[in-house]
Design a protein around this ligand. Structure first.
Ligand code: NAG
Ligand code: NAG
Length: 487
């Protein structure tokens, strides 16, 4: 099946099979480009200029934080399509990390970022080759010949406008230094002490690398997700995409096998072959159960049980492993206590059955109807078209779907100082204090330092040590004041 991107083509497609299978690409949706700010710090002739960078859909954007670095434009291989010569030629030699400037074209965006990372760059800016509004640099399609480098990219990348890129190059050509600040602190709204986030996924694990990616993420993120949910720090909602069967085809064999509730809710056949293995309608029905598990668990204030259900379901009832059947799903629910916590007549199991309704009935299912409605973008988020998609505080997450990268984005969604402890743990710290004490104040005798690593990057704040509160600007001076009752 080819790649079809034209909306009109999608609407006029007569073939139902085709239209259902390519629907992931066929919604005439708004696509929102998420951005970070880029400020010129040097040279003075350009300083205070502020520009946008479009955050790439791979690598790890530094949500909530910022990075100051000096720009390097490689003399050779500015497209970044092949490995750079030498041993990490762009590894920072002086104090500032290197932001590599590369030209758009000739190879995948992600390959440029990978080559830059291998060569020691701390971030990549790709200069657009045409004058146009910024676009999101996507990871290569899973069917492409891209190697396994995409998931190994850990540096942030952004696309910048051609005109901005050219003025940067002009300064470099004159031999002047360019220092930029990449700033993601406003890339994620952080209005209050609770983060709302949504994950759009699929219960079917038989769709290749995208499905593996989503399952790996759920498995690896579960621990974090449950801590955040139990602590009341987050409100998580899982979502599942379904499509309606076009009216004239409701009685066709394709829609009969891919849809429930008389063509109202459909999903593609897992093997893309009708009558073999599981059908699309099995997937829709199981997606519905996943949603209902979350709903019912949420009602009894155990919303995090969804993460257990999904991971256990994957182990015990995988469609890919041909282990799926209804009884299997019900066993998983039972083992998670989804049927024992409340006594009759309020059995959660019954509640889940009630929530799922009768898939054969010619009626709307309230839950799936709501899912279809929320697929359409609201406010600042675009139409959800690809799976898996993560939305945090109603902003579509960019970057790779990986535990630490996602946690960083969630942490950036809390109002400052309200973030949970999990956000301040070691694997989120940036270790900027290790180098030159992060540029913060330090007492040369006692080594008392004002530098603190946080996920937002280092902060210079006069510390409190053994009951002594230091006061000062944190950068150039701090002074210890003994309080009268200190030891
Ligand atoms: C989960 O429960 C909370 C209240 O405890 C509610 O506000 C929220 O809408 C519920 N979420 C879902 C998806 O039902
Ligand atoms: C769940 O929590 C909400 C708010 O904290 C509370 O009003 C409700 O009674 C709780 N429900 C159950 C079943 O414990």
């Amino acid at each position: 099946m080819g790649f079809i991107s034209s909306n009109n083509l999608c609407r006029s497609l007569a073939s139902l099979v085709v239209s259902i299978l390519v629907l992931t690409r066929c919604v005439d949706g708004r696509f929102v480009v998420e951005k970070n700010a880029i400020r010129v710090i040097h040279p003075p002739s350009m300083s205070f200029e502020q520009h946008d960078g479009a955050i790439a859909n791979f690598g790890v954007p530094n949500y909530g934080g910022s990075m100051v670095g000096s720009i390097v434009y490689p003399d050779a291989g500015a497209l970044g399509c092949s490995a750079f010569d030498g041993d990490q030629p762009f590894k920072s030699k002086d104090h500032l990390p290197t932001i590599l400037l590369l030209a758009r074209g000739e190879c995948y965006f992600a390959l440029k970022a990978w080559n830059a990372q291998q060569a020691g760059a701390a971030a990549v800016l790709v200069v657009d080759s045409v004058d146009e509004p910024l676009i999101t640099m996507d990871a290569p399609e899973e069917t492409s010949d891209a190697g396994d480098y995409v998931e190994k990219i850990t540096i942030p990348s952004a696309l910048i406008e051609r005109s901005f890129g050219e003025s940067l190059r002009a300064v470099l050509k004159k031999g002047d230094d360019v220092v930029l600040k990449l700033d993601w602190s406003e890339s994620m709204p952080h209005p209050d002490a609770r983060v709302e986030y949504e994950l759009w996924i699929n219960s079917n694990d038989e769709c290749g690398p995208r499905c593996d990616e989503q399952m790996d993420f759920v498995k690896n993120f579960k621990g974090h997700a449950q801590i955040l949910e139990k602590g009341g720090y987050t409100q998580f909602t899982p979502h599942y995409i379904t499509w309606p069967c076009p009216k004239p085809f409701i009685k066709s064999s394709q829609c009969l096998s891919q849809c429930i509730n008389n063509g109202r809710y459909c999903a593609p056949d897992p093997e893309q072959e009708f009558g073999v293995g599981y059908d699309g309608k099995d997937v829709v029905f199981e997606n519905l159960r996943h949603i209902c598990v979350h709903r019912v668990a949420n009602e009894s204030n155990r919303s995090w049980v969804w993460w257990d259900y999904v991971t256990d379901f994957h182990v015990r009832c995988s469609m890919k492993a041909k282990n799926y059947h209804k009884a299997c799903a019900e066993d998983v629910m039972k083992s998670l206590g989804l049927n024992i916590h409340l006594g009759p007549p309020d059995l959660p199991m019954d509640k889940i059955k009630k929530c799922m309704g009768d898939p054969e009935a010619d009626v709307e299912n309230e839950v799936l109807k709501m899912e279809q409605d929320s697929q359409v973008g609201r406010g600042t988020r675009g139409y959800v078209t690809i799976l898996p998609t993560l939305v945090v505080n109603n902003v579509q997450y960019r970057g790779k779907l990986e535990r630490t990268a996602v946690l960083k984005a969630l942490c950036a969604g809390f109002k400052e100082t309200t973030e949970p402890r999990l956000c301040l743990t070691a694997d989120l710290e940036t270790n900027e204090c290790l180098e030159r004490n992060g540029g913060c104040w330090m007492d040369p005798i006692s080594d008392v330092s004002a530098c603190q690593d946080t996920f937002r990057g280092r902060v210079c704040e006069c510390p409190s040590v053994n009951g002594v509160q230091y006061n000062g600007d944190g950068y150039t001076w701090c002074e210890g004041m003994y309080s009268p009752d200190s030891p």
